[in-house]
Design a binder for this molecule. Sequence first.
Ligand SMILES: [Zn+2]
Ligand SMILES: [Zn+2]
Length: 371
Amino acid sequence: MSKRCYYEVLEVSREASEDEIKRAYRKKAFQFHPDRNPGDDEAETNFKEAAEAYEVLRDPEKRSLYDRFGHEGLNNNGGFGGFQSSEDIFGAFGDIFGEFFGFGQSRGGPRARAGSDLRYNLDISFREAAKGTEVELDIPLTDTCDECGGTGAASGSSVETCQHCHGTGTVHQNQGFFKIAVSCPSCHGRGQIIKDPCKTCRGRGTVRKQKSLSVRIPAGVDNGSRLRLRGEGEAGENGGPHGDLYVVITVKPDDVFRRQGQDLVLTQEITFVQATLGCKLEIPTLDDPISMDIPKGTQSGEVFQLRGLGMPYLGGSHHGDLLVEVKVKTPTKITSRQEELLKEFEKLEDEKPMKKVKKIWKKAKDKVMGD
Ligand SMILES: [Zn+2]
Ligand SMILES: [Zn+2]
């Protein structure tokens, strides 16, 4: 059975952009996905065909080989020969929908290239942000194959130098008057040939897995803080370095404290009697509560600064401050005896020196009126 042209399979022109190819494949993949067409062999064939076409056309180097040499350019080397298992198809399928986890860029190219960076969204409590914490993350990713250590060769078998390009990964071709260097079609530019591919990763050197990672979240992190874990992203290809893992932190709000940079703010209600006479209060902090003196004659809205009791600065030993904002609560229900005392209090207020000012004012007014 002869293979159909990849461009025909995806119904795109030979000049189609990467984006057009991606969209075309997405459409086909949805249309022919085995889950949507149970027991339909033709749909499955179409699905595989589309996945294979996409695997080639999304990759600039494979695509240019295909454009120049057709299917032969990809097949005569024993390296790339379509998909060997359904896992491979879904691997490629997973790539295009890699946004599932908010992760990932498409993999591709046979040249050594760095692995993709990953993003992990982590929610922590306010107290965890204040004290720091250690979290276990389970991250689905493409990682180095443990079985072969990433070489792609079965244990005991060797990786041999590619005879076609003598290990350089590059061959020269005559193009009209020019001689140009292109990636070796035999080894995909690796410079090496794997005779007996690793069973676990089928020679890729990488596998999909769930990686458990213990991550230390430093004290003082804030909403939107990003921790970069070098080399904890996806495995690179053909010896390329691992990508990085970014842990993006969301701090849940606290019932007691509000955060202003590294300062903490809390609102403390006191009675008007406490405000007038002064009092001792127990104030919650990030650690144990502390005792604080509220001076006589404190006004509602006054803010007291407790130095060094705020959030820690990242990586330092300094802390922000704790700002205690005092709110005087006016009683809404009082007994008749309290009312009596307050009226008495008011009467006494009238006899305070303040009254003198009023008297002078009254005198001045009388004088004007009297004239
Ligand atoms: Zn392997
Ligand atoms: Zn080669």
